[in-house]
Design a protein around this ligand. Structure first.
Ligand SMILES: [Zn+2]
Length: 272
């Protein structure tokens, strides 16, 4: 009897699903790619055919241009590819993120992609699927990672913001997913003031809103004065944060990911 899961193969460029002749999240261009979600370490351009949720296809089109070989699969829809029944199930990670559930000869394999089990207002919750083999991502899998409660962290951020209206709170958050999650979590805690954003986040904000995720009043930092941004939250991708860019902000309190992986209010850095 073949060992469990023997019909998928692990390769440096991704997981190969032999009976479907398909690759999951391949890092190289392939004839047939199944893409779990839109982050660039999972979704790349250049494949001949892409199977993904409509949201992920839209994110890929935003980042890589039109995807002529894109085929949308809704959550929980099952399609047959080669000798495999394939279904995408919510992973709770970012808009459109999915686990890939595959069945072949009576055996079920689930490939998680990135996922989280904590509720996120910007995407459907992670759905556990009973299976024979579970291939899991494990970015924060070590027991050392203990993320604090989301609501109390947002409350700390708002407390910091309100304690000095002459300054802004600058949040470093990835353009896809984290930025929109922070915004919706702030809205959920009753913060309805305009939130300022770095230009690199604009298209993804618009994309989220086009899929019905309400983000409230947002403003571009470009052209805004220090006075206008004082007392407000400003969101920018970590890669865009540098002293030169932040000099336009009113004495920002930096909120960034520390080495322990937790987002923490870490205080101000020289920006005057
Ligand atoms: Zn991801």
């Amino acid at each position: 009897m073949a060992r469990l899961g023997s019909w998928i193969e692990s390769h440096p460029e991704g997981i190969y699903v032999r009976p479907a002749d398909a690759w999951i999240d391949p890092s190289q261009p392939k004839d047939r790619a199944w893409v779990t979600h839109g982050h660039s370490d999972h979704a790349r351009g250049g494949h001949n055919a892409v199977l993904a949720t409509p949201e992920t296809l839209a994110i890929m089109a935003t980042r890589y241009g039109p995807q002529p070989g894109g085929q949308a699969i809704a959550y929980d829809e099952t399609i047959r590819v080669g000798d495999v029944d394939v279904r995408f199930v919510p992973a709770g990670h970012v808009l459109g993120s999915a686990q890939i559930v595959m069945e072949h000869k009576g055996e079920r394999i689930v490939v998680s992609g990135d996922y989280k089990r904590r509720p996120d207002p910007t995407c459907p919750c992670f759905v556990p699927v009973p299976c024979d083999v579970f291939v899991t991502e494990a970015t924060f899998g070590l027991p050392v990672f203990r993320h604090p409660d989301t609501g109390s962290e947002i409350d700390r951020l708002l407390h910091r913001l309100h304690s000095d209206p002459s300054r802004c709170v600058l949040v470093g958050a990835y353009a896809l997913g984290k930025a929109q999650r922070i915004i919706t979590e702030l809205r959920g805690r009753g913060h309805h003031d305009p939130i300022y954003f770095h230009g690199a986040i604009e298209r993804l904000n618009q994309l989220y809103e086009s899929f019905g995720i309400a983000l409230g009043k947002l403003r571009h930092t470009g052209g805004a004065t220090k006075q206008e941004m004082a007392g407000h939250v400003v969101i920018a991708p970590p890669g865009a944060l540098n002293d030169r860019w932040s000099r336009r902000l009113p004495d920002p309190v930096w909120v960034i990911r520390s080495t322990s992986s937790k987002s923490r209010i870490v205080g101000s850095r020289g920006s005057r």
